[in-house]
Write a protein that binds this ligand. Structure first.
Ligand code: AMP
Length: 652
């Protein structure tokens, strides 16, 4: 909110904290940003609205104070969810009602009811022409009054295409977001920053200059470039900045692991944004632990690390340390890698990574390696907006709900008719709950406001942001689970646009995940872990059929047991039995041919990740596609196939 003028006001008692340097009880002064922006063209009929102060955190210099305030601010925001949302929308309309985009629907007025009546609900494709015009040099005020600072490059790998998302200076929101997340962690784990460092695997990507001169960056790269992050990095994290900005992901990963191992006794938390990157790190460790130990023993980093930034940064922390190398060698040399994370980083208190939604496929493997460390999914965030935080970090991933943060965007929720899983399906015996009855068929389904969502109902998330997205479908399906104060809480269900279909049946990401979970349970007792899967609908022959790519790994490295084809055929049947009713009807009619599982060799899903990373996706934001649409990707997976299984028999 850089162009706004700050006003200081005294906030209610609940935000008052004794100042540590005095005995007296000082009230904190909180900065808030009023709704008018001097630079923005004034819109018609946009009267001055009563500003509800949105607390800011700049006043707190001490981390402890700031984090305590974070929790209180969250209470304030969620208690006043309705008013805050109204204000967010008002502010956006006051500033942007006269832009070319909104003028077409609002005629320059900033009436909220008119906004809901006239402004259409859109997808990226609808707004893309405007975004492209800005990227090609037209002024950004065709979409928003405030100047853009650049674009976020959304990864789009969970189903859609990479997107350019407009971004503005929202430092206040970023600070608040980070503080809220950390406040919750502190509440449950104490002040971990005092106890040690974070081994967080982070990967920046190169910036791309658009013809307008505006830069397009991944959201994570923007975070890594903030001076506030760079300043605290050496104190709080094990990865030197040069390793994060090394553009060769393999070198970056190796060096971050090396730095994490050197400082293993200081590490109190481990993680990355998504679970897949943590598993990728374990794979790198498995492949290279002897080399890593040799580097630590000799104090010399391997020659293939050619990135000068990485070499220089490591030379400052890498000293010959045979004792450390020996102890790591002893741990990694064990036959079973069960619990390896806890053994290597004994002071770690949790693994922080998103394990909900499609990431739930990685939880079994992570749990195997974690040694009992909790897996913490702290937030639900997209390049478009910060959406929610998890207030109960110790809950198992299947039960995690995210509470919407009401001042981050204007949120609406479009009810969708579907079976909502009451827990995300990485568990056998998942229970189902019918989505609440929808309106009668011929009544148009309208989105509801944040305070009006109903627990048990599934919704598609719609956001209106300060950065020029209006009633924009992010593409995620969420299930309302309850409220924290007046702010709703949601489980992440699935990406909307990922669907397998041969005929009229539709299989969603969550359906698929449930079926895979049921089937892979047959392999768990035999010592195999499913470390990655993806799918596509093969319609090149008639009838078409579902193809699943599975990457399996033995839990014990010395285990030579072969995969039993009979069990794999059984897995195919289990999957089919677990798919939806329509699938089964078509399958019985032979409109759909038997589902096929193609087992790929170990490392195939890493090759897939490498491919996406080579295409510009940040490893930090990478999500393996649950459904494959590109020929290139198909080739990668097909080239790794070591066995194909299907069962023509129908059991349902
Ligand atoms: P990106 O914009 O590339 O960062 O991707 C954002 C997308 O990642 C979201 O729209 C979700 O589909 C997914 N995502 C983000 N946070 C979570 C979460 N906590 N659980 C499941 N999926 C998530």
């Amino acid at each position: 909110m850089g162009s706004g003028f700050g006003v200081t006001l005294k906030l209610s008692e609940s935000f008052c904290r004794p100042h540590p340097s005095s005995q007296s009880f000082n009230c904190c002064y909180i900065r808030y940003t009023p709704i008018y922006y001097p630079s923005a063209p004034k819109s018609e009929n946009c009267g001055k609205v009563e500003p509800l102060p949105v607390p800011q955190l700049q006043v707190y210099s001490m981390a402890t104070e700031r984090h305590q305030a974070g929790l209180e601010i969250f209470e304030y925001l969620t208690t006043n969810a309705y008013q805050i949302q109204e204000q967010v929308l008002e502010e956006i309309l006051n500033r942007n009602a006269r832009t070319e985009y909104l003028r077409g629907f609002l005629n320059g007025q900033c009436d909220k009811q008119l906004f809901k009546k006239n402004v259409p609900i859109i997808t990226y494709q609808d707004v893309e022409p405007y975004i492209n015009r800005i990227a090609n040099g037209e002024p950004s005020d065709i979409l928003l009054a405030e100047p853009l600072t650049g674009f976020y490059r959304s990864t789009g790998t969970s189903g859609g295409q990479p997107k350019l998302i407009p971004s503005i200076d929202e430092e206040d929101k970023l600070v608040l977001r980070d503080t809220l997340i950390e406040s919750v962690i502190r509440k449950h784990f104490g002040d971990l920053d005092k106890a040690g460092k974070r081994m967080e695997l982070m990967f920046a990507k190169p910036e791309i200059e658009t013809p307008s001169g505006l830069m397009a960056r991944t959201a994570t790269t923007v975070l890594f470039k903030r001076s506030s992050f760079i300043n605290i990095l050496p104190k709080l994290y094990t990865s030197p900045i040069e390793t994060i900005f090394c553009l060769d992901t393999n070198q970056s990963m190796y060096c971050q692991l090396l730095a994490g191992l050197i400082q293993r006794d200081e590490v109190v938390r481990i993680g990355s944004i998504f679970a897949s990157a943590v598993l990728r790190a374990i794979k790198c460790l498995e492949d290279r632990w002897k080399e890593l130990c040799s580097n630590i023993k000799t104090g010399h980093v391997s020659d293939w690390i050619t990135d000068s930034g990485c070499r220089n940064a490591l030379s400052l922390i890498l000293k010959p340390n045979p004792d450390l190398a020996d102890s790591i060698e002893n741990i990694c040399g064990c036959e079973s890698w069960e619990g390896i994370i806890k053994k290597l980083w004994p002071k770690a208190k949790y693994i922080g990574a998103i394990t909900t939604g499609f990431m739930s496929q990685y939880t079994a493997a992570l749990e195997f390696y974690s040694g009992g460390l909790p897996l913490v999914s702290s937030f639900y965030v997209c390049s478009e907006a910060m959406c929610g935080i998890n207030l109960e970090p110790l809950k198992r991933h299947a039960d995690v709900s995210y509470t919407i943060v009401p001042n981050m965007a204007y949120f609406e929720f479009l009810p969708v008719k579907k079976d909502c899983p009451t827990i995300f399906p990485d568990q056998v015996g998942v229970s189902h709950q019918e989505s609440k009855e929808m309106k009668s068929n011929n009544e148009a389904i309208e989105p509801v406001d944040l305070v009006n969502v109903e627990p048990g109902q599934c919704y598609e998330l719609i956001v209106t942001t300060s950065a020029g997205l209006y009633r924009y479908k992010i593409g995620d399906i969420l299930m309302a689970t309850g409220f924290h104060n007046n702010a709703p809480q949601f489980q992440f269900v699935e990406r909307q646009n990922v669907i397998l279909s041969i005929d009229a049946e539709k299989t969603s990401e969550a359906d698929l995940s449930r079926a895979v979970t049921k089937a892979k349970a047959l392999l768990d007792p035999l010592g195999f872990l499913l470390t990655g899967y993806s799918s596509y609908a093969d319609t090149s022959s008639t009838p078409g059929y579902y193809v699943l790519f599975w990457e399996l790994k033995r839990k014990e490295s010395n285990d030579t047991k072969e995969l039993d084809p009979k069990i794999m055929v059984e897995c195919c049947s289990r999957m089919e039995e677990s798919l939806n009713y329509t699938y089964k009807v078509y399958r019985k009619e032979n409109t759909i041919a038997p589902l096929e599982i193609r087992v790929v060799k170990e490392g195939t899903f890493d090759a897939l990740m490498d491919y996406y990373v080579s295409q510009g996706v940040s490893m930090s934001q990478y999500k393996a596609p649950s459904c494959i649409k590109s020929k290139e990707v198909m080739k990668i997976l097909d080239s790794g196939v070591i066995g194909k299984f299907s069962n023509p028999e129908i059991r349902f």
